[in-house]
Design a binder for this molecule. Sequence first.
Ligand SMILES: *Cc1c(COP(=O)(O)O)cnc(C)c1O
Length: 389
Amino acid sequence: MSTFQERYAASVMNTFGPPKLVLVKGEGAHVWDVDGNEYVDLLGGIAVNALGHGHPALVEAVSAQLQTLGHVSNFFTTPQQVELAEKLLELIGADAGGGKVFFTNSGTEANEAAFKLTRRTGRTHVVVAEQSFHGRTMGALALTSKEAYRAPFEPLPGDVTFVPFGDVDALAAAVTDRTAAILLEPIQGEAGVNVLPDGFLATARAIADEHGALLWLDEVQSGMGRTGEWFAHLPSGVTPDVVTVAKGLGGGFPIGACIALGPAGELLQPGNHGTTFGGNPVACAAALAVIRTIEEQDLLEHVSVLGQKLRDGLVADPRVTEVRGEGLLIGLDLAEERSAEVAAAALKSGFIINNATPQRIRLAPPLVLTDDDAKAFLAAWPAILDEAF
Ligand SMILES: *Cc1c(COP(=O)(O)O)cnc(C)c1O
């Protein structure tokens, strides 16, 4: 009998390389593989499993909604869809009637919706940061900087200018009166967690205003409580025109959203865009359960406190040269290009972490990660580095 890994290789397209594990069960921040080994999941399905695995509130919401009404076409709406749109606008700080939401099934689709929305300004030029990641569909890929991802699929939609991340002068020079939008991740996740310098978003807002361009923030990874705030941009006080979210929104149930604030909410009109599954009541019920649980359990505070403890503990080893991030979106630089070895050693010790780049490790655990699990990881950390270095 061949293994699931062998059967995967024979039946699933090889877009991700060989899977590291075959997972069969999860509970809280723990998962188990097909051989019965237990792991602490410090990646959370890449910032997706906000409530961890098998959270009763999520299971109950999805099951109950599926039993009641599982899908309707977009000729109709449901209370769950309307409530989620209103809730997202409330969390982002929009006044009543101050914004509009378009629901999708993923992050890349949220960005496709936003990209099309920017075209409705009558302009096409978009200014994006280097090291950006906005998704793998053709539009989002056009806005993603990594050459290896782009090159095999060119020509991509054009009129995109990349500027160094966090470089005010480069941004000011790139934006003109024919720029439709500036697109930024407040914290770049896939790049290994790059945090924008203080004051940068306010400057970007001013540059956008000067040229009549939209400010679009991709919070697919940084949003929905991951940083200890509902959205990573909120502490800046800046009001963007468009915010895209996905990953943590449904806690593992696929859903994304393009949130447009103020007049930008009117740019997409009937016939301009659509999706069959986007905004279905099961996905919206999942997201409402995630948001309700974060509120009821005061998880934003927990995320801030635990994130700080993790960052302090991780940087204490000389083989770690820098630790960055907010809340439970954490990136660290190793003294050498050994992130693959470090991730492999962690896995052997029972911890799932991510080698985001050859020299950078990323953690994005469930927001419900316990103090004990965080402590166990910090206790194992020096031995993990010993094995990898
Ligand atoms: C993951 C991610 C995306 C793409 O989301 P998918 O759901 O994988 O399509 C887009 N932007 C950012 C910032 C991301 O982290």
